[in-house]
Design a protein around this ligand. Structure first.
Ligand SMILES: Cc1ncc(COP(=O)(O)O)c(C=O)c1O
Length: 358
């Protein structure tokens, strides 16, 4: 019997059993902060909530950003909805505009741009890094740029100097920066640099930092009042308020923020080291992740490798082509150490068998 072709990440999302090693979806396997669960014992709000998001949560988020106020936030169904709203709000007065995406990119971005009736254009990353000279050339004529640092799928963190130059360059030209910072707390190399400015729209979520991706709570933050008002207006006609229980759990989780993030940093670093060194030892060509939880090694015929790894070795990986990296496979290492070790053993087996004849 021939196997179904795997055409997009949708094939894998939500899949998992004991025998399967999923290096696919980027969902942390760790438990969320315990305070989040306690909310459920007394939770009683089952009516509609504010479309913009519950005030206590927005107030708490505002404390994380200098000069921010609760009214600068919209609480969304994960970062995914925040990206969609940000792009559609930008497109409102300028449908058909160009949006610059550094490539490789998070696989949803080109779709999100197209759904907002805009056109994705690309600037090539070099070993996962932005080249400012190329950026200036490629951003010409764009209405917005989408930056994701630390990045999915490259695992790289952009240089502070480059980010500051981009910030200044875009501000002078009125180009919007959508800064997707969902991995801002998962960084191994240095303190993060968070982009800011009049036309910056910050995207974040509770999915990665607090390991709550199924709860679907994220947000967008901007000092641009038009963007906030447009996003709230659009959301009032689409998803309305974000889940109230999700928001209450997110707020509770924030009370443990520092201790939770700090205690997990060691776990992520250990996994990063295991994955990177393990793949190097297998002879794969990849760069060392500086943040997030992904590696992007080179593979011959990645589509075939992804199929063989899944159907013959019970390993989920994502085709690099979905991320604009057609010569690579993406592996997420949001898995416990034992599973990573077993996964690496299976990859070794695959390299010595099917892959040897590619
Ligand atoms: C770069 C990036 N942005 C956004 C998202 C979506 O996150 P959320 O679960 O908050 O919708 C992901 C999820 O993997 C991601 O990697």
């Amino acid at each position: 019997m021939s196997h179904p072709v795997i055409a997009s990440p949708a094939f894998f999302i939500g899949k998992g059993n004991d025998d399967l090693i999923s290096f696919g979806s980027g969902q942390p396997d760790l438990a969320p902060p315990p305070s989040a669960y306690k909310v459920l014992e007394h939770f009683k709000s089952f009516k509609y909530g504010l479309v913009q998001g519950e005030e206590p949560l927005r107030e708490e988020l505002a404390k994380e950003y200098p000069y921010a106020e609760a009214e600068d936030f919209v609480i969304t169904n994960g970062a995914s909805e925040a990206i969609d709203l940000a792009l559609r709000a930008i497109a409102k007065d300028a449908p058909g505009s160009k949006v610059l995406l550094p490539r490789p990119y998070y696989y949803s971005y080109p779709h999100n741009v197209a759904f907002a009736w805009m056109i994705p254009v690309y600037t090539e990353l070099e070993e996962g890094k932005l080249n400012f000279e190329h950026f200036k050339r490629d951003v010409e004529g764009c209405r917005a740029v989408l930056i994701n640092s630390p990045s999915n799928p490259t695992g790289t963190v952009q240089e502070v100097d480059t980010l500051k130059k981009i910030e200044e360059y875009c501000e002078e030209r009125g180009i919007y920066i959508i800064s997707d910072e969902v991995y801002k707390d998962l960084i191994y190399v240095r303190e993060n640099y968070l982009l800011h400015g009049k036309r910056v729209i910050t995207i974040n979520s509770f999915s990665k930092t607090y390991a709550m991706c199924g709860l679907r709570v994220g947000y967008l933050y901007s000092k641009d009042r038009d963007i906030i008002e447009t996003a709230v207006e659009m959301k009032s006609h689409t998803s309305m308020n974000t889940s109230l229980v999700g928001q209450a759990m997110a707020l509770a989780a924030m009370s443990e923020r520092d201790s939770y993030v700090e205690s997990h940093a060691k776990i992520w670093r250990e996994r990063r080291d295991l994955m990177y060194k393990g793949m190097k030892a297998l002879g794969l060509d990849l760069w060392e992740p500086e943040g997030a939880f992904y590696v992007l090694p080179k593979f011959k015929n990645p589509a075939r490798a992804m199929h063989d790894l899944y159907y013959n070795h019970k390993i989920i990986t994502y085709n690099g082509e979905w991320f604009g990296a057609p010569d690579r496979l993406r592996f997420s290492y949001a898995l416990d150490v034992k599973k990573i070790e077993e996964g690496l053993r299976r990859v070794k087996d695959f390299l010595g068998k099917e892959y040897a004849s590619y």
